[in-house]
Design a protein around this ligand. Structure first.
Ligand SMILES: [Zn+2]
Ligand SMILES: [Zn+2]
Length: 271
């Protein structure tokens, strides 16, 4: 499905245990690859949160199809702890097909950041899940005129710049955050994610009967998300990764049930 979040078009699918990927058209990236539908193959950079199959198994398909189409090697970011096994997985699959693969895995760890496009970095943060996992935050640096130069005419500004005076200062804008699989602890550990313009987070479980299940499987229950809502400054809060136990109708019903009315307008569902 497609969701419009301000300037960003999210194209994706997300249901727990089936498949999760979120392509951001304007940034030309994908968070997770799911089973890698054909419309992900041309995306040059993918950011995998963890190696549960529903988030990552399409990686081999992504590599194979880019090779087939003679596209340049895509950049696949993965949790560093999974690097060795991920190489093995790719090599075994290539061996089974009797094929040669060109690919690039970039291991990442919480606390790291990589520049993935002009003036824009991806920051990795730890999430709390059953296997090594990371979340991703897109931060753009914009350069704004320093306040002391606001009233100067254009010509003078040009002169100052020419003479080597630094007339601009950088500001950092957290554009988007993607929390793959995690418990609610991620909000406590990384309050900065709540400043993102778009916050995409898993919200697997919705009903009281599944409250313990959420803790056991290390996922978020919507009941635990509600107390965080007053602290979330994001214009768009995208919930995803709902359990297959619920129909679309039930998901809408329970989200409405738990999310207080004042927040509902900012909450979108990625199904
Ligand atoms: Zn998952
Ligand atoms: Zn998982």
């Amino acid at each position: 499905m497609e969701l419009q979040c301000g300037p960003y078009t999210l194209e994706g699918y997300s249901r727990s245990t089936v498949e999760t990927y979120v392509k951001v058209q304007e940034l030309n990236i994908s968070f997770d690859v799911g089973k890698c539908p054909m419309n992900l193959v041309h995306i040059p950079q993918v950011f995998i949160t963890h190696f549960h199959g529903d988030h990552s198994l399409g990686m081999t398909y992504y590599i194979a199809h880019r090779n087939l189409a003679k596209l340049e090697t895509g950049k696949i970011y993965i949790p560093a702890a999974a690097e060795k096994d991920a190489h093995q997985l790719i090599r075994c699959q290539a061996m089974l097909e009797g094929a040669r693969r060109d690919y690039e895995l970039i291991p990442v760890e919480p606390g790291m950041e990589v520049t993935f496009r002009r003036n824009t970095v991806m920051r990795m943060f730890a999430t709390d899940h059953r296997i090594p996992s990371v979340g991703y935050q897109v931060v753009e640096t914009r350069y704004k005129l320093k306040p002391e130069f606001h009233d100067l005419p254009q010509q003078e500004l040009v002169q100052l710049k020419k003479s080597g005076v630094e007339i601009v200062q950088p500001t950092q804008l957290p554009l988007m955050t993607y929390v793959g699989d995690s418990t609610i602890k991620v909000f406590d550990w990384h309050p900065e994610i709540m400043d993102s313009e778009v916050l995409i987070t898993e919200c697997t479980f919705l009903t009281d009967e599944h409250y313990e299940e959420a803790a056991k499987r290390k996922h978020i229950h919507i009941k635990d998300l509600v107390p965080w809502l007053p602290h979330i400054r994001s214009r768009y809060i995208v919930l995803m990764h709902f359990s297959m136990r619920y129909t679309h109708q039930e998901i809408r019903y329970w989200v409405n049930h738990w999310i207080p009315e004042e927040y509902r307008e900012r909450v979108l569902l990625l199904l």
